[in-house]
Design a protein around this ligand. Structure first.
Ligand SMILES: [Zn+2]
Length: 451
């Protein structure tokens, strides 16, 4: 049991900073930067006899199946919430001096919330949408200004139609989630009534707030939840992972998973964009073609996300440490034809994915893997990717000629033959578990006080 008033505790998950009195229990945690992740563990507490436990945040998203009238009402709510936000932003931008002269203080959330109530008394189409969602928008704006004034973010921007189509309601104003059967559930929202959604997975924990959001394939409801989670000690082995330019992920164990490149969908998306550009500007038919294009792009994005979830879950279940190459150092923007260091042949047809989409996909892969491993007591380590693809894993010779082509590795010194990406993944694993790192790994598992 820990009795230090403050100090560092080293665990396989990172460094914990103890704060407080004799039985210091509140810990501030930095898990490979996972704090900035939406799904990060928020606060952790130490309890004698158990490893780590604390509150974890998760968001659960389901597709809504509603009639046309309800969907139109959703759209109207989004519009009103956006309008409230943009007017409030305008007020803060243009009239803050006037307000201060008249009232003697700055525009704040309470002052704007009061004005919102006054507006609702006079304008019926503002009043017909839930006030909670409008208040949440004012809170968001208040937070945006706080972020701006503290230097964390830029000046707040207006919300835009088709980009920010969402509204949020605190859970205190939302009815309980009723599970109807294995497939369906419903929830009661203020001023809207019962909303039925496809219940694809059980919700865990306590619902914090509820967001209704529009995507290209329809309306969705998102429940953000918080639950207690006991992180187990993780003694699973380490793995090196190479994320390829040609859409593959290679593990140091010799397995390869191919990310769906969705080239058929990419083509269909391009076709609909071409159709839209040919149609009369701002016409209904052009809008329709645009909707088709957006729907196809969203489907491709869903396919990628699904694959990322499946693959990262698979990896997180089997391994304790995942060693990745640092994408910020690796030049992912280089063409698929290959860089000087990584020659590639015949890759044009394989790399159906747009480069920027591919880079974003690999960053998200890392994000998902980081929180999934952290949830299971594991961690993600990152290494400098340079030379990992041209260095022989067996004899260590580094030569551009070792890389016969995109797929094949053949060492010019010792004749070692391997798939190029798997050889790279093995180098990445070795780089992530070099002696310095190994010394840290060999420390007793569980909590250990640092010097
Ligand atoms: Zn060799």
């Amino acid at each position: 049991m820990w009795r230090s008033s403050s100090g560092l505790i080293r665990s396989p998950r990172g460094y914990l900073v103890l704060q407080g009195g004799e039985e210091a229990r509140t810990l501030d945690v930095a898990i490979n930067g996972a704090r900035s992740v939406a799904y990060s563990t928020l606060s952790l507490f130490f309890r004698p006899g158990c490893y780590l436990w604390g509150m974890t945040n998760r968001a659960y998203k389901y597709r809504i199946y509603a009639d046309t009238a309800t969907e139109e009402f959703f759209a109207r709510c989004c519009g009103v919430v956006r309008l409230v936000y943009n007017i409030a932003l305008e007020q803060r931008s243009s009239f803050w001096r006037h307000f201060k002269r008249a009232e003697g203080k700055n525009i704040s959330y309470p002052s704007q919330a009061r004005e919102l109530t006054a507006i609702r008394a006079e304008v019926p189409w503002v009043a017909e949408c839930p006030i909670d969602a409008q208040q949440q928008a004012l809170r968001d704006l208040n937070q945006a200004f706080q972020n701006f004034f503290s230097g964390r973010a830029g000046y707040p921007k207006p919300r835009r139609k088709f980009v920010n189509d969402a509204f949020r309601i605190p859970s205190s104003r939302v009815g309980p989630i009723e599970v109807l059967n294995a497939k369906w559930a419903r929830v009661r929202l203020p001023k809207i009534g019962d909303v039925k959604f496809r219940y694809t997975r059980p919700i865990r924990g306590e619902v914090g707030n509820v967001t209704v959001t529009r995507e290209a394939n329809g309306w969705h409801v998102v429940f953000s939840c918080e639950f207690d989670h006991e992180t187990p000690a993780n003694d699973n082995p380490a793995v090196g992972i190479d994320r390829g330019i040609v859409n593959n992920v290679a593990l140091s164990t010799g397995e390869m998973y191919a990310m769906p490149d969705g080239s058929a969908l990419v083509e269909r998306h391009k076709t609909w964009q071409r159709v839209a550009s040919r149609r009369k500007s701002r016409s209904k038919r052009q809008a329709k073609a645009r909707r088709h294009a957006a729907r196809v792009a969203a489907k491709a994005a869903r396919k990628r996300l699904h694959w990322q979830h499946v693959t990262t879950t698979r990896i997180a279940r089997r391994f304790g440490t995942a060693v990745l190459e640092d994408l910020r150092i690796r030049n992912m923007s280089a063409s698929a034809k290959g860089t000087v260091e990584e020659p590639g042949k015949n890759v044009a047809q394989k790399s159906g994915l747009n480069r920027s989409i591919l880079v974003a996909a690999w960053f998200r892969f890392e994000l998902l893997l980081t929180y999934k491993l952290a949830f299971r007591g594991g961690n993600v380590a990152k290494v400098d990717p340079r030379h990992t693809s041209v260095t022989c894993r067996e004899c260590g010779s580094r030569d551009k000629g070792n890389r016969e082509n995109q797929a094949k590795f053949l060492c010019l010194s010792c004749g070692h033959e391997d798939h190029a990406d798997i050889n790279a993944a093995r180098n990445i694993l070795a780089a992530g578990t070099r002696p310095a790192a190994r010394a840290e790994k060999s420390a007793p598992r569980g909590l250990e006080r640092a010097a």
